[in-house]
Each structure stands twice: as C-alpha cells, then as structure tokens.
Write a protein of this length. Structure first.
Length: 194
C-alpha cells in the first residue's frame, strides 16, 4: 500500500500573511516631506510693464556666506538677534531714512492703514549649509509672524495665530505682508579660501 504524503493547508497561511501585511500598513507611520510654506509668484507676463525700481532704503539685505556667516545690512550679524533686527527695521518707529517707507492703503476690515514698502532680500552662497539657510528663513518668517501677532492684538484683541475669521486673517496679511525675496544661490567670490 502506497503511503500518502500529508499536505499542509496553505489557505490559512495566506490569510495570516494578509492580516500581518494589513497590521504593518496600519501601524507604520510614513514620513511626510515638510518644507517652507511659501507661495511662488506667478510667472512674469512678457507683455506686462516693467515694475518700478525698489528704493534701497526699502530693502533689508540678509546674506549668508559659504562659511555660514550672517551679514545683515552690511554688518556681521547673529542668528540670535536677526528676528529683532528684522522687526525693528520693518516697523521703522522713528521714521529713519535708512529704513522702509510706508504707503497708505485701504484694507477691508481695517480701513486706512500704513503698510510698509519693506522687502527682505535673502541671499546665500552655493556653499551655505541647508541648516543655516533654514534657520535664517525661520527667523525672518518668525519676525513677520510676530509683527502680525502684535498688529492683530492691537486691532482685534487676539493674536494673528488665533484669528478664525478668514476676512480678518487676510486683512492682517495685507497690512503686514510676508515680503521675502530670495536670490538664486551664487559664489560670493572666486578667490575665496577653501
């Protein structure tokens, strides 16, 4: 009499493998890429008239060199003081001739408001580290967000980050614009030491 080979029922093994796969998919977290939230400007229309030149006093120049040194308005800067320097420049409380001008704008929900013509110009070297670039970006963005918080508290009694009415949020954004201009990375000089 021939001996029969016992067979293993593989149907339940497939069920177990499927359940394990589902378990790992449900319990595993996938890293989501994060970045700097910036809306890029629309493409330049070739038929559009050339924009008017920006006065030098309206540009706050921040440079990062290949050694991650910070140059703010032509002076050696410090990451720890960059936020306050940016706020002081943007506010121009004493109407300093070296700080930005203001224009009178009519904004819904606010009426007539003086809006700064200031633009923050961020330039970095090709050798700048990503960490330093992000740290400077964070400080500049935090400066504008703090100005928005202060403005919102003065006008509405609540911080900008706590506003829920979309019309008020847009009004504060119009009054304190996030005007950060980034130049393309470049080499500062050909004769630099490596």
């Amino acid at each position: 009499m021939a001996r029969l080979n016992p067979e293993i029922n593989a149907g339940s093994m497939a069920d177990i493998a499927f359940l394990l796969l589902i378990f790992f998919l449900v319990t595993t977290t996938m890293d989501v890429d994060t970045g700097i939230m910036r809306m890029l400007p629309p493409p330049i229309d070739p038929a559009a008239p050339e924009p008017p030149p920006i006065k030098e006093r309206n540009v706050f120049v921040v440079l990062i060199d290949f050694q991650d040194r910070l140059l703010v308005e032509g002076q050696l800067g410090n990451l720890a003081t960059l936020r306050q320097q940016t706020k002081d420049w943007f506010i121009n409380a004493n109407n300093d001739a070296n700080k930005p001008e203001f224009r009178l704008a009519t904004i819904d929900e606010l009426g007539e408001v003086e809006v700064s013509r200031g633009v923050i110009s961020l330039q970095n070297d090709k050798g700048t580290t990503y960490e330093m670039y992000i740290a400077v970006q964070n400080e500049l963005t935090a400066a504008i967000n703090e100005l928005r918080d202060e403005f919102s508290r003065q006008r509405f009694g609540v911080a900008f980050t706590d506003l829920t009415d979309e019309a008020l949020i847009e009004a504060v954004r119009d009054a304190i614009p996030m005007a950060i201009s980034e130049a393309e990375p470049r080499d500062v000089g050909a004769g630099r030491a490596n």
